[in-house]
Design a protein around this ligand. Structure first.
Ligand code: ADP
Length: 370
């Protein structure tokens, strides 16, 4: 698919009228920036703070018009307030330029790492939880955000079912196993079926980042929903993700999905830190015999083929599942076990890879909160 051109999209916006002048929004200088990455389009509209509320219908109209253009699959239009008068329509340019006045959500978080998979059931959440716990055991200040709003599993996996306390206009994350945790599962009954439409997904995710008192963190691990849908795009578009860890099982079919996950992050300019092979081999708890039930090494070969790093392998172990089900992640409850060691090695490598980036997290995509 050929990317839509920012200039063509800008031209399309000439059909939208500025409610405060008789001109169209492009001539009126309201369209600050249009970025295109694959089928994803992000438009930034300038307003001043006093008008922000009344600009909402216009923002939606811009999204609707852009959505109708060829080769566009997903649109986010954002209002940004400038203190100075808007300059006449500048050229479309890339993210994070020196002139950017976009405010950053989670400014006190040094690194944000997404744990993702192409499909469900590969052990993504288990990896996210144990990665977070291992990072905390290695001395880092860690948060874990369960962004899997369709099927939140964090409350069960860390054994928490309380509602978070609210202070002022912010929720306080719950603490367990040395990490700060937030999940939509803390707020709604696990049995309540949740039906989310695109904009609600975005809103829920943004609230769990912006309206939660995460405090100063070294690293926030984000457990992404499976697949490559709305929530992934939202996160990739609106948060300065330091990188993504893709979890896969050795089966080929899962790897095909992992490939899709890798491509999605590449398309949205999020660095892929590497692949993890979960349920890599089976270790018999009685005799220690190792069996490669699903075939072994698929993720390693695939990582090499994709030019991504192979971050490590996690064995298929009954103890990993029983510990998760009991709400006691194995990295905390049995830190000397082989499983905990495997997650620990993964955590060390992830930290090594992001710590450079964590220090210089000053460029890259930004969330705008104006
Ligand atoms: P996902 O987030 O990809 O849907 P989960 O992390 O919820 O997957 O894992 C699915 C199931 O597999 C859970 O019951 C979990 O306890 C189990 N599981 C995950 N990883 C392992 C492993 N390495 N060994 C044994 N069971 C595992």
């Amino acid at each position: 698919m050929v990317d839509a051109s920012p200039n063509a999209l800008r031209d399309a916006l000439r059909q939208v009228k500025d409610p405060f002048s008789s001109r169209d929004i492009v001539s009126a200088g309201l369209v600050e920036d249009i970025q295109v990455r694959g089928g994803l389009v992000q438009a930034t509209l300038i307003t001043d703070r006093t008008k922000a509320a009344s600009m909402e219908p216009l923002r939606r109209e811009v999204e609707a018009v852009l959505m109708r253009q060829p080769n566009v699959t997903n649109v986010t239009a954002i209002l940004t307030a400038h203190k100075t008068a808007p300059a006449p329509a500048p050229h479309a340019h890339g993210h994070g330029g020196p002139g950017d006045k976009k405010a950053l959500l989670l400014p006190d978080v040094k690194a944000i790492v997404a744990v993702a998979s192409g499909k469900g059931g590969v052990g993504k959440s288990t990896v996210a939880v144990n990665l977070a716990v291992s990072l905390a055991r290695q001395g880092h200040k860690v948060g874990l955000l369960d962004a899997d709003i369709y099927g939140p599993s964090l409350p069960r996996m860390v054994g928490l079912s309380r509602k978070p306390e609210v202070r002022g206009d912010k929720m306080i994350p719950l603490r367990a196993w040395g990490i700060s945790c937030m999940s939509i599962g803390f707020l709604v009954d696990e049995e309540t079926p949740m039906i989310w439409r695109g904009p609600m997904v975005m809103g829920a995710l943004e609230q769990m980042m912006g309206q939660v008192e995460w405090g100063a963190l070294d690293i926030l691990v984000v457990d992404m929903p499976p697949g490559t849908g709305d929530a992934q795009l939202t996160m990739a578009q609106r948060v300065a993700l330091t990188g993504a860890v893709i979890v896969s099982t050795p089966q080929d079919i899962a790897l095909i999905d992992a490939r899709r996950g890798v491509r999605m992050f590449e398309k949205t300019n999020v660095p892929v830190l590497g692949l993890v092979e979960n349920m890599s081999f089976y270790c018999c708890p009685n005799c220690g015999h190792r069996a490669d039930i699903f075939g072994h090494g698929g993720a390693k070969a695939e990582a090499a083929r994709l030019g991504a790093e192979f971050l490590g392998e996690i064995p298929l172990l009954l103890d990993i599942r029983t510990a998760s089900d009991a709400g006691t992640p194995i990295s905390a409850s049995a830190p000397d076990s082989d499983a905990a060691k495997a997650y620990g090695a993964l955590a060390s490598r992830v930290w090594q890879k992001v710590s450079g980036a964590a220090v210089s997290r000053g460029s890259g995509p930004r969330i705008m909160i104006d």
